[in-house]
Design a protein around this ligand. Structure first.
Ligand code: CA
Length: 229
């Protein structure tokens, strides 16, 4: 599994360092930003899998940072709040944080929240993007809506996960084992036929002629890939 990158935005240096240490011990890669400006600068050049964002920050506060990130990316955000903040506002549509935790908190608790959010997050490659358009297909990564030639395609959640994962990596070949790991989350050898069955169902739904697929291509002896462009 690839190391997940967390952006930690926290102006209290002692707390920031302690959290960085604990998160790194759990196998995360951690970048610390000590104020809101640094946090936004980070996103000019890099991406993260999750943001832990303190609300009370110098220069640009957590509310503003959260809004700015949300305008561009679909990344899970956990807010650190110091007092009785308006939780409805934090988790509401305006800000759209995924979760919050009130200071002082237990590091174990924060870790548990981070892991839970990353588990239910969409495949990593989707993060940061809102739509994928390839040929006549459009995938809305926020609404989990797929259309081909403006026609709505009804998919099961697993079909959707598989399609959006492949489409997020156009031209890249994945073995069945890799797809089982990435899309199903199996850390061991699952049944490769599971993948084939899902691909077949997907093709029946998205392809004009499932026998001569245009979107999901078979790479003989290797696996599958999504077409490029
Ligand atoms: Ca603070």
């Amino acid at each position: 599994m690839m190391e997940k990158k967390i952006l930690l935005v926290e102006d209290e240096q002692t707390l920031a360092k302690a959290l960085k240490f604990s998160l790194e011990k759990e196998g995360f890669q951690v970048v610390v930003a000590y104020d809101g400006e640094e946090a936004l600068n980070f996103f000019a050049n890099e991406e993260a899998d999750l943001v832990v964002l303190d609300l009370m920050l110098p220069k640009i506060d957590g509310f503003e940072v959260c809004r700015a990130i949300r305008r561009q990316f679909d990344i899970p955000i956990i807010m650190l709040t110091a007092r009785d903040e308006d939780i409805d506002k934090i988790l509401g549509l305006e800000l759209g944080a995924d979760d919050y935790i009130t200071k002082p908190f237990n590091t174990r608790e924060l870790l548990a929240r981070i892991k839970a959010i990353l588990r239910r997050a969409v495949p990593q490659t989707e993060l940061g993007k809102k739509t994928i358009r390839i040929g006549s297909m459009k995938i809305d990564l926020i609404k989990h809506r797929v259309t081909v030639k403006d026609r709505d395609i009804m998919l099961t959640s697993r079909e959707y996960a598989l399609l959006s994962f492949l489409a997020s990596n156009p031209g890249k070949v994945f073995s069945r084992e890799q797809l089982l790991e990435q899309v199903w989350g199996y850390g061991y050898g699952g049944d490769a036929r599971t993948v084939d069955v899902h691909i077949r169902h997907l093709r029946e739904k998205i392809e004009e002629n499932p026998a001569e697929p245009d979107f999901i291509l078979t790479v003989w002896g290797t696996g599958y890939k999504f077409r490029e462009g």
